[in-house]
Design a protein around this ligand. Structure first.
Ligand code: SAH
Length: 369
């Protein structure tokens, strides 16, 4: 396996360079390119061409390689399928929005949580990602944005395209970040320090691992916390999210309250709206009736929170259906009437299978055949 220079300390990089008979300043040049996310040595334009070729034979820049990329038709979303050195594949998604450029990163290869509606967990957990592997996902997106700016590609419909670097990070890709908490913390510290991304522009999304939330409180950085709630009662939640059998709703929300009170932040609540096909082929609401909305409003009453309603992104292997637009709006109306801040998550990149874990899963299926 080729060494990954991004994983090297400055001293190691310097040693690598001098061992090849090169002057020390080459290490500084290479480090600069690595920090910008150069995918290969061929991109390192201030190195002599023969050296670039030599280095490409001898080493790898980032700990991951792009194996597939998909662009949505509207030019707003780019999804990358990345392969780690050990062959594990993960996904990250770049979303170009009116408020900036957001990257959704994965924290694990696969997931052990077993949520019944999700594609990411279907093949189980393979392993945690290192802080470098999470960081590299942001660099892949950053490199892409800068390349787009230079080439004037992926221009958004309103024309104000790609005028900045990555401004927001959401740790909402494959995996449960609070099962890999120390690496995630390490990654966030570096994203803040090295890329200048503000704490308040970084969001960790969890299915509700209480000790992990407590660890974030102890850590003390004012990032955003999102809780994947998806049901207003322990009974229903337990049926779709096995983790609820370990950490009950009340306990999860109490920990989340402690986090948001500490930082005076608004808590984000994620709520997927699920339906199910009955024997007549009609969609019945599963967790998305007005009664569920009323219960959710009661549960969240008085909290400083924002509910993101997410119409379910269909996953073939999963026995759910997406509710109608009307049902989604009725659910939202009930929450608003009860004084709960709510918005419907705009679906991005549905034409490129942007629901969690779909690309990775489809690729794994293809490789099996
Ligand atoms: N494990 C973390 C982060 C990864 S999942 C968590 O549970 O929050 C990121 C979000 O996408 C979660 O809210 C998750 O429930 C949701 N999600 C998973 N599968 C989905 C699907 N098919 N359609 C819509 N949202 C989905």
């Amino acid at each position: 396996m080729k060494p990954v220079l991004f994983n090297f300390t400055d001293a190691e990089l310097s040693e690598f360079v001098t061992a090849r008979g090169l002057p020390k300043f080459r290490a500084t040049q290479i480090r600069e390119w690595l920090g910008r996310g150069a995918p290969d040595f061929a991109s390192m334009k201030n190195l002599p061409e023969t050296l670039r070729r030599d280095l490409d034979d001898a080493a790898q820049t980032l700990p991951c390689k792009i194996v597939r990329r998909l662009d949505s038709g509207d030019g707003e979303t780019t999804k990358f399928l990345l392969e780690m050195q050990d062959g594990e594949q993960i996904e990250c998604v770049l979303m170009r929005t009116t408020y900036g450029n957001s990257v959704c990163v994965s924290s694990q290869a696969g997931c052990a949580m077993g949520c019944r509606f999700c594609a990411s967990t279907l093949l189980g957990l393979k392993r945690n990602l290192t802080a470098n592997e999470i960081f590299a996902q942001v660099l892949v997106a950053q490199w892409e944005l800068r390349r787009n700016r230079a080439d004037k590609t992926n221009v958004r419909p309103n024309g104000d395209a790609n005028n900045g670097d990555v401004s927001h990070i959401v740790i909402m890709g494959t995996g449960e970040p609070l099962q890999n908490t120390e690496n995630v913390i390490d990654f966030i510290e570096r994203a803040n320090k090295d890329l200048g991304i503000g704490w308040r522009r970084i969001t960790v999304s969890t299915c509700g691992i209480v000790p992990g939330i407590r660890r974030l409180i102890e850590w003390g950085r004012p990032i955003n916390l999102a809780i994947s709630l998806h049901a207003p009662t322990d009974e229903l939640r337990g049926q779709i999210m096995p983790i609820n059998n370990k950490y009950k709703l009340g306990e999860v929300l109490a920990a989340a309250d402690d986090f948001t009170n500490l930082h005076n932040r608004q808590l984000m609540i994620e709520y997927i709206l699920l339906g199910r096909k009955n024997s007549d082929g009609e969609t019945e609401l599963y967790n998305a009736t007005e009664e569920h909305a009323e219960k959710l409003a009661t549960l969240l009453h008085g909290k400083n929170c924002m509910v993101n309603l997410i119409p379910w992104n269909a996953v073939d292997e999963r026995d759910f259906a997406s509710p109608s637009g009307n049902a989604v709006h009725r659910f939202q109306d009930t929450l608003i009437r009860r004084g709960i801040h709510t918005r419907i998550r705009r679906e991005r990149g549905t034409d490129i299978g942007s629901a969690c874990g779909q690309l990775r899963l489809n690729n794994a299926k293809k490789n099996e055949k």
